[in-house]
Write a protein that binds this ligand. Sequence first.
Ligand code: NAD
Length: 511
Amino acid sequence: MSVPSADHSVAAVLHRLGIHAVNHGAGTGRWIETKGAELVSKNPATNEPIAAVRQASAADYEAVAAEAARAFETWRMVPAPKRGEVVRLLGNALRAHKDDLGRLVSLENGKILSEGLGEVQEMIDICDFALGLSRQLYGMTMPSERPLHRMYEQWQPLGPVGVVSAFNFPVAVWAWNAAIAAVCGDPVIWKPSSKVPLAAVAVQNICDRVMADAGFPGIFNLVIGPREVGERLLTDRRVPLISATGSCRMGKRIAELVGPRFGRTILELGGNNAIIVLEDADLDLAVRAVTFAAVGTAGQRCTTPRRLVVQKGVARTMVARLCGTYKSIRIGDPLLPDTLMGPLIDAGAVDEMMKALEQAKAEGGEVVCGGKRLDGPGNFVEPTLVRARPEMKIVQEETFAPVLYVIEVADVDEAILVNNGVPQGLSSAIFTRDLLAAEKFLSAAGSDCGIANVNIGTSGAEIGGAFGGEKDTGGGREAGSDSWKMYMRRQTVTINYSKELPLAQGVRFEV
Ligand code: NAD
């Protein structure tokens, strides 16, 4: 259960989470005295510093990786349900810290408090999921073609898992990976985004206490450092799996570095998601869903819709209604209860949004509402709608901001073509009451994305499903369903309990 604390001042929240003015940048159960350049984390709503981290060096990384490799030797032999019990304790510690950690996420990342708290809830949910999973790491048995032989497959722990996370989910993405990896028998080495290092320090503090009590240091490890430290993780042969969340550009670099050593990757990369609204849709529902999906998190979710694909007959109404709703969005301090949209992560993100709008206009797009940066300290912008055509270059890219391109189509067939006509393939949605249109969208010839929704938006996935996307989104799957299999080594076993040695396929080899 979450225990809200009376004192919500920034100083009190940071204190309770063990965040100092300057923090160490590497930990393995105990903090390592890192001596690298100071990384100052700023509040994106004011651009004022919150606290700093002294970054890790290559030598610090070595110490962390050696500890993770050592911890693997013990952890892999702990029965999976016992590992699940440790993850249950982590979930409980997160429940106790939900309020503070959610506030820190909002403070450092700029998402509104309800989303900051939601992110911590996602961590708790995945711990619960992983606990159940720890008794369900099932292998199959299969009939052997040879007499008195038994064949089955078993799933073995894989080794330390490298987790590289993006700024927009400072803690949840780590948990998706870490809780599953831990029950699978794998320690984790986390390289968080340098834009949100304090949330990672806070999580590490929580983990350290839980793991010290449980007697398993070295399972959850953290390294905050510059690019060369991150790349050490990618090229480290002791780390058989890299699970990386971030831009498509980053994913290509990761694939280049991990591929040559035949490491495994889970790549969760950029999206360019579309919501289709057909003429028979419930427009009240569609307007609410599109607004939450496009404006929520200030458009900084990988699943944020970038394209609204709307059938001609309702295009004018949808645009008018969305403009009205967009104007009512309360933009401001993400920690205030009434705020619906916080700032972008930094000034660079605001510049990128403005550049994208200029390019859209140059390519013939028309800004129909929003489009401006807001005065004041902080990186605030207006949520924006742009009339566009699908083939525009800027529409083919992911702009990580609350910009939604409106594209008119004649029918569901054209809508599906537009949905699929981008390099990325993460999330997609259709609003319709026509069963035939919905099923067409969900068919093999329909949406080509990893996620396809009917009458709900593209964002806000639950942890129970496998999460990820196709094409330039990287093809990885995390969280629920059978995503755990990526974190384990499949082993096929054949046991001969006869006194003969029959060979498969009838091969004879008499000696
Ligand atoms: P980013 O690509 O700039 O950085 C992501 C992470 O990769 C950071 O930790 C960064 O430090 C690290 N990184 C970058 N280059 C690296 C290298 N050469 N070696 C090691 N580490 C490296 O992304 P961002 O701006 O933090 O996040 C936004 C992007 O993430 C968007 O494109 C968004 O769609 C994507 N994203 C995808 C998902 C998903 O599940 N598909 C989820 C969240 C975010």
